[in-house]
Write a protein of this length. Sequence first.
Length: 115
Amino acid sequence: QVQLVESGGGLVQAGGSLRLSCAASGRTFNSNAMNWFRQAPGKEREVVAAISRTGGSTSYADSVKGRFTISRDNAKNAVYLQMNSLKPEDTAVYYCNARDQSWPWGQGTQVTVSS
């Protein structure tokens, strides 16, 4: 059973940066494409960024394109999200999961962007 642990969130002013990390246990990490998701209060969870199994292909939601960068380190069973030029509308709990969302969700990491 894979376990996901997200970290790196916090309170930041608009225009600031944060780097989120997701650590995954289990031997299946390297065989899975990974996504970062976020859920703001009163809203449904949405995909923010995606990365292929090898890291050679990435994609982003239009709302974060050009500001966020997803990466992964398969040797460390980790996926990252570098977030720059943060906006108040980026405030949410951020989660990682396999692209098919087949693993149990972690606790997420709270990102709060003040204006």
